[in-house]
Design a binder for this molecule. Structure first.
Ligand code: SF4
Length: 374
């Protein structure tokens, strides 16, 4: 029994309905990143699978635990198609700071070995619907008391050390809401990375909007950042203005100039961007932008859009698997031929690869059709 690239793409675009969700300890967490997902490990690859939101109730895929509570059985309609395991609760989640802050409010485990944090859990664009990104729920987890507004450098260093020592995390991803300052978050990422690297040797990806001055890229690098993500999310002005009007005030031309300057500092492939397929950009627009970025040495991490509850887009349709399959079938070989594969990156979402099946399409070029063993 094997899961093909196409089946993984279908599962990530349609989600999985959980039979007896209570028995799996499923809870929604809110916030940035893959908030409405569950990590499932298929052989060596761990993928984030959408499990919440009303559209998933129409998915042909469902899952339940086996009789021994050891594996997750995945069905398409009634037919068993795959077996997976769920990464366990990390040990560092049991710890608290001297001030009584649980470590899981400071950083969380993504996939199976990525430590992720949102340094500033507020965003200058968020509270005004004229400027906020309509897919984002960054302040919802804060409102729900599940995180803290600012993870200081000291807190991040404390948690990162524990996550490495107790759970063997392999990389750290630091994103941030955008502050009012012109550096657009680069300054807090510099101080955060410096503090973490002072106590533990772990690759770090920082994520922010393009800062006003390219000097920040070298400052980030000097602080210990290995890779940088600056996320377009949408690739056409049409979609950017309608879905993310605040972020769209930073034009695509500035993203391109920032990408070029950042590649000079971090190297080919260690600059990346998230592209959310399904927001309204056409397949051709996404492919054209992605191939342009690959030429620049930027990894376009194309991810199927998954609506998050409590956002203006919570009822927005999820993208069709066929569209993602066609995009990935062009992009996977292009990345492989350019020598910027997920495996070769130092850190970041594209290295983790759990939120998109794109990585499998790259590997197919290298190893032939990939079937994830189940
Ligand atoms: S791809 Fe990025 S957002 Fe998705 S699980 Fe990995 S680190 Fe988290």
């Amino acid at each position: 029994m094997a899961l093909s690239n196409q089946q993984l793409t279908q599962i990530q675009t349609q989600g999985i309905r959980w039979i007896e969700p209570g028995s799996l300890g499923l809870t929604r967490t809110g916030g940035a990143g893959p908030t409405d997902h569950k990590a499932l490990s298929f052989d060596s690859q761990t993928s984030m699978i959408p499990v919440f939101n009303e559209q998933i109730q129409r998915s042909p895929f469902s899952a339940k635990q086996d009789a021994n509570n050891e594996q997750v059985l995945i069905f398409e309609h009634e037919k068993l198609i795959a077996r997976a395991s769920m990464p366990g609760r990390p040990k560092f989640y049991e710890l608290t700071t001297n001030d009584g802050i649980p470590y899981w409010k400071i950083a969380t485990l993504h996939s199976k070995d990525v430590l992720a944090t949102t340094v500033l859990q507020t965003c200058v664009r968020y509270r005004n619907r004229d400027t906020s990104c309509q897919f984002c729920a960054i302040e919802e987890s804060l409102n729900a008391g599940k995180t803290i507004p600012h993870k200081t450098p000291e807190l991040l260093a404390e948690v990162a050390r524990a996550a490495v020592e107790l759970d063997g995390v392999k990389q750290m991803i630091m994103t941030t809401g955008t502050p009012k300052t012109l550096d657009r978050g680069a300054a807090v990422l510099v101080e955060s990375a410096r503090a973490v690297r002072a106590v533990v040797d772990i690759p770090i990806q920082a994520q922010c909007e393009p800062p006003d001055d390219d000097i920040w890229f070298q400052r980030l690098k000097d602080a210990g950042v290995d890779a940088l993500g600056m996320h377009l999310e949408a690739v056409s002005d049409r979609v950017r203005k309608s879905i993310m009007p605040g972020k769209a005030t930073v034009p695509i031309s500035r993203y391109i100039s920032a990408f070029k300057a950042a590649v000079e500092v971090f190297g080919k492939g260690n600059v990346s961007t998230y592209i959310l397929a399904g927001l309204g950009d056409t397949e051709d627009e996404i492919i054209a932008m992605s191939l342009e970025l690959v030429e620049l040495g930027v990894y376009p991490f194309v991810v199927p859009f998954v609506p998050v509850a409590s956002t203006p887009l919570e009822h927005h349709p999820m993208p069709k698997a066929d569209m993602l399959d066609r995009i990935f079938s062009q992009l996977g070989p292009a990345l492989y031929n350019a020598g910027i594969t997920s495996e070769s990156l130092k850190a970041g979402c594209a290295k983790c690869g759990a939120c998109s099946s794109l990585k499998s399409y790259e590997q197919e070029v290298a190893h032939g059709p990939l079937a994830l063993r189940v």
